[in-house]
Design a protein around this ligand. Structure first.
Ligand code: PMP
Length: 404
C-alpha cells in the first residue's frame, strides 16, 4: 500500500500555514520536527484533566499523573527494546550526554583516551572536551572520508588499551550518513571501551533496538521525534547505570538524606533530580504511540524517494556542492551554493516559504573537514510531499540565480 502522506499531513496543524504568502515547505525537521495533533492534545488534556506533580502525592491527581509519566517511560522502553529501569528522562540529548560524560569522567585518569568522530554534533564533543580540560583526558577523532563515511581502518588503529570510551553518532545531522554502529560498538567493547551512541537523528528514521546494537548508552531528544522540546532520553544498560554516579542532586533522586549522609534512589530515578519534565514526557509518550500507528518502513521509503528525487533534479547543477554522499544515507541534504553564503540562501528560500537550516549545524569540526564555514541543509520528514520537493528545487534554482 502506498504511503498516505496527505493523511499524515492532515494530523499536523502547522503544516497548513503560509509563510511569506506561500504555502510553508518545512525542510528543517532534523533541527526540530513539527508536532501531530495527538501530541498537542495529550499535553493539553493532561493539563486540563489530570495534572499534578509526580511520585510524591497520595492523592488521585498525583497518582494519575505518575501513571501517565511512567506509561511514557514504558512507551520509550518498548520503542528501543530496553527494560523500563534502563530509561532515564532528561531534558534532551545534550543533557543525557553531559550526564554520561560527567559520570564516566569521574573514574578516568589523565592520559586515558576517548574516541569520537569528526562528524559529531557539538553535543557529543563539548562534554568530552570538559574532561580534556579538567582531567587531562586525550580526545581522538575518527576521520571522515570524502563521501562522508567514517574511516573504519583509522578507527581500528585508534583502538588502543588507553581508550576508555567510544562515543559516536548513529546518523549524522549534517551528512545523513548512517554509521555501522553495531560493528563499531563490538570493536570498542573488544578493546575494553564503554560506548555511547547519539541517536538523535537515527531514532526518527529507522527502528532502533538497543539490545541488538549492544551500546552501553543510547541518547536522543523528544523534539525531533515529533514530540515536545524539553525532554530527552538516556538509555543505559542496567549494570552501567548502576555504576554511574548521580549527575544532579535534589529531590526524588535520593534514598534518604540526613545532615551527615545521603543514600541514592536506584536508577532511573537516581538521575532524575527535581520535578521532571512531566508534560513533556507525556507528550513524548504520545508521539511514540502516534508513530506506532505509522508504517515506519513505508515512511522511511517515502523520505528516501523524496531525497532521491531532489538529488536527481539537481544532478546537473554545477553551482551546487553536496556534503555527504555515503551509500544508504538518510534524507538530509547539506549543500553550498557557489558564490553565496548559506545564511543568504536560507533567507531567500524563506521568501518562497521554504524553511531550511543554515550555519555550522553545531558541527564545526565537520565543516572544517569539508573546507567550508557553513552550509545550508534541507532535511526531509515523513510529512513532506513530492510537490514540496519540487517547490524546494524550484526555489533553490531561483535563489541561485541571485548569485550567478
Ligand atoms: N546530536 C545530534 C546528531 C543532533 O542532531 C542534535 C540536535 N541538532 C543533538 C545531538 C542535540 O540535541 P538537543 O539539542 O535536542 O539536545
Amino acid at each position: 500500500m502506498a504511503f498516505d502522506v496527505a493523511q499524515i499531513r492532515s494530523q499536523f496543524p502547522i503544516l497548513s500555514r503560509q509563510v511569506n504568502g506561500k504555502p510553508l515547505v518545512y525542510l528543517d525537521s532534523a533541527a526540530s520536527a513539527q508536532k501531530p495533533r495527538a501530541v498537542i492534545d495529550a499535553m493539553v488534556q493532561a493539563m486540563e484533566t489530570s495534572y499534578s506533580n509526580v511520585h510524591r502525592g497520595l492523592h488521585t491527581l498525583a497518582n494519575e499523573t505518575t501513571e501517565a509519566y511512567e506509561q511514557a517511560r514504558k512507551s520509550v522502553a518498548a520503542l528501543i527494546g530496553a527494560d523500563i529501569g534502563e530509561v532515564v528522562f532528561t531534558k534532551g540529548a545534550t543533557e543525557a550526554i553531559n550526564l554520561v560524560a560527567a559520570g564516566l569522567g569521574a573514574s578516568l585518569q589523565a592520559g586515558d583516551e576517548i574516541v569520537l568522530t569528526e562528524m559529531e554534533h557539538h553535543a557529543n564533543i563539548v562534554p568530552w572536551h570538559f574532561l580534556r580540560e579538567r582531567k587531562g583526558i586525550i580526545l581522538r577523532f575518527v576521520p571522515v572520508t570524502d563521501d562522508g563515511r567514517l574511516d573504519l581502518e583509522q578507527f581500528r588503529a585508534l583502538l588502543t588499551p588507553k581508550v576508555k570510551v567510544v562515543a559516536l553518532t548513529h546518523m549524522s545531522n549534517v551528512l545523513g550518513t548512517v554509521n555501522p554502529v553495531a560493528e563499531i560498538v563490538r570493536l570498542a567493547h573488544e578493546a575494553g571501551a564503554v560506548t555511547l551512541v547519539d541517536g538523535c537523528q537515527a531514532i526518527v528514521h529507522q527502528p532502533v533496538d538497543v539490545k541488538a546494537l549492544d551500546a552501553d548508552f543510547y541518547v536522543f531528544s523528544g523534539h525531533k521525534l515529533y514530540g515536545p522540546t524539553g525532554i530527552g532520553i538516556l538509555y543505559g544498560k542496567a549494570a552501567r547505570l548502576a555504576e554511574l554516579p548521580p549527575y544532579q542532586g535534589g529531590g526524588e533522586m535520593i534514598g534518604s538524606v540526613s545532615l551527615e549522609a545521603i543514600t541514592y534512589a536506584d536508577p532511573p530515578h537516581r538521575f532524575e533530580a527535581g520535578t521532571p519534565p512531566i508534560l513533556e514526557a507525556i507528550g513524548l509518550g504520545a508521539a511514540i504511540e502516534w508513530l506506532n500507528g505509522v508504517d515506519r518502513a513505508a515512511a522511511a521509503a517515502h523520505e528516501a524517494a523524496l531525497y532521491a528525487h531532489v538529488t536527481e533534479r539537481l544532478a546537473g547543477a554545477n553551482w551546487l556542492r553536496v556534503l555527504g554522499e555515503a551509500p544508504g544515507k538518510g534524507a538530509i541534504l547539506s549543500f553550498t551554493v557557489e558564490g553565496a553564503h548559506a545564511h543568504d540562501v536560507a533567507q531567500i528560500l524563506d521568501r518562497y516559504g521554504v524553511a531550511v537550516r543554515a550555519g555550522t549545524h553545531c558541527a564545526e569540526p565537520l565543516m572544517r573537514r569539508f573546507g567550508v564555514t557553513s552550509s545550508a541543509r534541507a532535511s526531509f520528514a515523513l510529512y513532506n510531499t513530492h510537490d514540496e520537493a519540487e517547490a524546494f528545487v524550484d526555489a533553490l534554482t531561483r535563489t541561485q540565480a541571485f548569485f550567478a
